[in-house]
Design a protein. Structure first.
Length: 191
């Protein structure tokens, strides 16, 4: 049997191992337009079922009109920290076939999650923090941006330079993760 090649001893990439969901962003830091394009391009390149790419994004940079429109629909708890993020991205999934009651793709939300994960990893590679959240008025956000019924406003991601105080906690909780055994339903032994 031939083992797949690895570069040295396998380990989780340091950017992922140290990832946190910041709850405090530097309100002065900005992401240049080219950086925004790179984040969106990372999402664009994500895999999807049948190459359907069932995702769209509303992108607001702090200080612009779209950012302000997004902030109008955040809960007070989210607004307290997310408003300082350099970039707010509303993540939207194409969930239904237009003009029918048929589900567009059972994988649409999963595929959107992949695209957002790609953006998040790209942000980490660029030295940015990323915090995905769902504490906002979905219906209000959909109405604000005239999102058709076939599409679903699913989540928002805040991107920016995380302040040092964000590194260890979110709402007073630590970044404890479940063990490998706790997240593995079944696994064959290598023997």
């Amino acid at each position: 049997m031939t083992e797949c090649p690895t570069a040295g001893e396998p380990h989780v990439h340091p950017a992922l191992a140290g990832r946190v969901s910041p709850v405090s962003f530097d309100p002065e830091a900005t992401i240049p337009e080219t950086g925004v394009d790179v984040l969106l391009d990372a999402a664009r390149l994500a895999p999807s079922a049948g190459n359907s790419q069932p995702w769209m994004f509303v992108v607001g940079r702090r200080g612009d009109a779209i950012h302000a429109r997004i902030c109008r629909h955040l809960t007070p708890g989210s607004l307290r920290w997310a408003a300082d993020a350099s970039l707010l991205v509303v993540n939207i999934a194409h969930v239904m076939v237009e003009g029918t009651e048929w589900e567009y793709s059972e994988f649409a939300r999963y595929d959107l999650g992949q695209a957002v994960a790609h953006m998040t990893v790209q942000a980490l590679a660029m030295g940015l923090g990323a915090h995905q959240f769902r504490a906002f008025d979905r219906d209000g956000m959909a109405a604000e941006f005239a999102v058709p019924a076939e599409w679903e406003v699913t989540s928002v991601t805040a991107f920016g330079a995380a302040e040092a105080t964000s590194a260890t906690s979110y709402a007073g909780t630590s970044r404890q993760r479940l063990s490998l055994d706790e997240v593995t339903w079944a696994r064959a032994s290598a023997d």
